[in-house]
Design a protein around this ligand. Structure first.
Ligand SMILES: CC(=O)N[C@H]1[C@@H](OP(=O)(O)OP(=O)(O)OC[C@H]2O[C@@H](n3ccc(=O)[nH]c3=O)[C@H](O)[C@@H]2O)O[C@H](CO)[C@@H](O)[C@@H]1O
Ligand SMILES: C=C(OP(=O)(O)O)C(=O)O
Length: 435
């Protein structure tokens, strides 16, 4: 189990460039299975989850070339489907959430796709019904081995149809889109997730020859085509990383420039941080955050009532930023209700913040009231364990703001999604070491 030692209480300064988006990378990498031609992908983050998925693709027989840092080419012209029944796949496939999106492309191209119960953050129930209901609608036969928790879907051919998803699942929509691109006839997906990473996937598929319209809306229409060809694609910057760096700047009262953020794809994120009192300036495609010596004041609603920050499917606020926003609120001036609607077990990490001196009332598993301290008293340094990726980064931000030396164990959770985080933080003045 890896550990970070962090000496907190110092302001940071400088520039930080966000990595390529983790959750986009997981979709895009699965899509290389849809063609026998070469697909080149740029701005791939060098993080544990993405590298695991690349290694699964390699074991499946995809020919992979590392062209330069962050750029790889993939050629899925000789796929070894036997690997899908191997113990190795049953082990590797369960190590990340994104592996579930192998099923759609495999089903589309080879008539069968399998996956062990996928992993990812332990943040509450993470059901897969939407994915498999979609495949079944397209004509797939569902297989499930209860003992091994091994899922599968098989079909001689897929037929386009209308479907209304039971929820706007991000990975579910990506999976169904990838299954439908080569189905016979037209597939219409209503209540589709439509976040920028899905838009990126659809745009890439269209460049490969797919016929997807409605991209960016919750109604996608897909005219099936016989086959797809190669393409080149570049990943967007990771919006959750961008939000993490905004939270970091606020909590450490630092002047920070976040480079090349792709403003147009950030949706609610700048607005929400501004509601929390953070000054954000758009400079070209960068976010500039000035030092805020007087802290930041949480806004109230027009009628004077307490602000609620909650998650919702895009274009609502992503749930992945709520832990970071919660930590930031502990040093704001004012109060806020954080309402994590999607996941049941994502707020329990607040116990650690309470130990550090934060004023938080956990109302129930979904809601926490944070009473900001306006930097009147610093958080206390402590020893903690990172329970999931976003709680992990939030505790790291808390530690950089706290006075004294903190220790964070289980940093593998943070490494799942943040590339070389300690090196990049040291470059802006953080006192952090990996021990
Ligand atoms: C690898 C990857 O891309 N992971 C992301 C993906 O996970 P993932 O695709 O697994 O998440 P889903 O979109 O399927 O749903 C997440 C949770 O929200 C609930 N839900 C979803 C839609 C809805 O309209 N109402 C609702 O309550 C689901 O029941 C589930 O518990 O999207 C999540 C939601 O943005 C993010 O937290 C994850 O980081
Ligand atoms: C929940 C997350 O990831 P995953 O879906 O891979 O567990 C996340 O990125 O915050």
């Amino acid at each position: 189990m890896g550990t970070f030692k962090i000496e907190g209480g110092y302001p940071l300064s400088g520039e930080i460039t966000p990595q390529g988006a983790k959750n986009e990378a997981l979709q895009i990498l699965c899509a290389v299975l849809l063609t026998a031609e070469e697909v080149t992908i740029n701005n791939i983050p060098d993080i544990v989850d993405v590298n695991k998925l690349i290694s699964i693709l390699e074991d499946l027989g995809v020919k992979i070339k590392n062209k330069e840092e962050g750029s790889y080419s993939f050629k899925a012209d000789a796929i070894n489907l036997d690997y899908l029944q191997s113990d190795q796949f049953k082990q590797d496939g369960r190590e990340l959430r994104g592996s579930i999106m192998l099923v759609g492309p495999l089903l589309a191209r080879f008539g069968k796709g399998y996956i062990p119960k996928p992993g990812g953050d332990k943040i509450g129930r993470r059901r897969l019904d939407t994915h498999f209901e979609g495949f079944i609608k397209l004509g797939g036969k569902f297989r499930y081995n209860k003992e091994e928790h091994f899922y599968g879907v098989e079909a001689k051919s897929l037929k386009g149809t209308y479907m209304l998803l039971d929820e706007a699942s991000v990975t579910g929509t990506a999976n169904i889109v990838m299954a439908a691109v080569m189905a016979e006839g037209t597939t219409t997906i209503y209540n589709a997730a439509c976040e920028p990473y899905l838009q990126q996937l659809c745009k890439m598929l269209n460049r490969m020859g797919a016929k997807i319209s409605g991209v960016g809306s919750n109604l996608l229409t897909i005219e099936g085509v016989a086959e797809l060809g190669g393409t080149e694609h570049r990943m967007l910057p990771d919006m959750i990383e961008i939000g993490s760096w905004i939270g970091l700047a606020a909590m450490t009262r630092s002047e920070l420039t976040i480079k090349d953020v792709s403003w147009g794809d950030l949706g609610q994120i700048p607005t929400v941080f501004r509601k929390l009192g953070i000054e954000l300036e758009q400079k070209g495609d960068d976010i500039y955050i000035p030092e805020q010596p007087d802290g930041y004041k949480i806004q109230k609603y027009i009628d004077g009532s307490i602000l609620t920050i909650s998650d919702a499917p895009w274009p609502g606020l992503t749930p992945d930023l709520l832990s970071i926003i919660l930590v930031m609120a502990t040093q704001a001036k004012g109060e806020v209700l954080i309402h994590q609607k999607m996941f049941e077990s994502r707020l329990f990490f607040v116990d650690k913040l309470i130990d550090m001196g934060a004023k938080i009332i956990l109302c129930d598993p979904h809601r926490a009231v944070v009473i900001g301290q306006n930097f009147k008293s610093a958080l206390n340094a402590t020893t903690m364990t990172s329970p999931d990726i976003r709680a992990g980064i939030s505790l790291l931000i808390a530690a950089l703001s706290a006075k004294g030396t903190s220790t964070i164990h289980n940093i593998e959770q943070i490494d799942r999604g943040y590339q070389d985080i300690d090196t990049r933080l040291r470059a802006i003045g953080a006192k952090i070491s990996r021990v």
